[in-house]
Design a protein around this ligand. Structure first.
Ligand code: SAH
Length: 257
């Protein structure tokens, strides 16, 4: 699906930005780069900034006009750093990502078009686009570096693609000590814990059984919010046991002695 998406850079002056854009694309799983009349390409600065995404540069298509770059494209998104005079259907990058993935998923060809570092896209070029996409940046400093803008759009495209594909967006890390250590404590164990906690609080004089002042209810509410795992519960129970030993006059012994 991502192979249906092409990134089009129009009239790029700095070859370093082409390399930066290639890297941003490859990080997000995009691979098709089209360059419209770049000032310098191929160029060492492009290779240097691509750092590992050189295959995207090698396979980049260089054309003379935006029209040529858009041949075969069914949906064209033109990015712009500022408001233009002519009102046009406008999307934010998240909406653009969702629409891009929806159409790419139907086998359509999508083009994400980016403008010149100093002048952006011309009005004529913008009018060739179905939608305009504006990254909602600081209005007093709205223009992102070209490769950074490519990164934002590529990232939103990837997030939409991962969601559409049912893939996780985060790497879950579990405690490795025991496969069951992250399992939540069962209610009956919670009840044993509350009994243990209550008797400990009485032992140390924190809870007066004559005047309980809803203390246990408050503690239940607090621990209930905490999603306590089995390994965390054994720590809490251990603390209570040691606390009771001290409260009952057993000599205090540091664990490391
Ligand atoms: N002075 C130019 C800035 C161009 S920045 C102008 O005012 O248009 C180079 C390219 O990066 C832009 O053409 C656009 O493709 C992209 N870009 C930079 N900032 C952006 C933003 N806030 N939203 C969308 N695209 C942006």
């Amino acid at each position: 699906m991502l192979q249906n998406i092409r990134v089009v850079l129009v009239g790029t002056s700095h070859p370093g930005n082409i390399g930066g854009a290639a890297r941003a694309m490859k990080n997000m799983g995009l691979s098709r780069l089209v360059l419209v009349d770049p000032a310098h390409f191929p160029h060492d600065d492009a290779n240097a900034r691509a750092s590992g995404a050189n295959d995207i540069l090698e396979n980049a298509r260089v054309v003379g006009t935006l029209e040529e770059a858009l041949v075969g494209a069914n949906l064209v998104m033109g990015t712009s750093a500022r408001d233009r005079k002519i009102p046009w259907p406008l999307l934010d990058p998240r909406e653009a990502g969702a629409m891009t993935v929806e159409h790419a998923g139907q086998g359509e060809e999508i083009a994400l078009v980016f403008g010149r570092e100093y002048a952006g896209l011309t009005n004529e070029e913008l009018q060739r686009c179905h939608y305009h996409v504006h990254i909602p940046s600081n209005p007093d400093f709205s223009s992102l570096n070209l490769a950074a803008a490519v990164q934002v759009l590529s990232y939103e495209t990837r997030m939409a693609w991962l969601a559409a594909d049912g893939q996780a967006t985060k790497v879950m890390k579990y405690e490795t000590t025991s496969p069951r250590s992250t399992e939540l404590v069962a209610m009956d164990d919670m009840e044993k814990f509350y009994e243990h906690l209550q008797s400990t609080l009485v032992d140390i004089g924190f809870l007066d059984p004559e005047k309980p002042r809803h203390l246990m209810a408050r503690l239940r509410r607090f621990y209930g919010r905490s999603e306590i795992s089995r390994s965390e519960m054994s720590i809490l129970r251990g603390i209570l046991t040691e606390t009771q030993k001290v409260a009952h006059g057993e000599p205090y012994k540091r664990k490391d002695q």
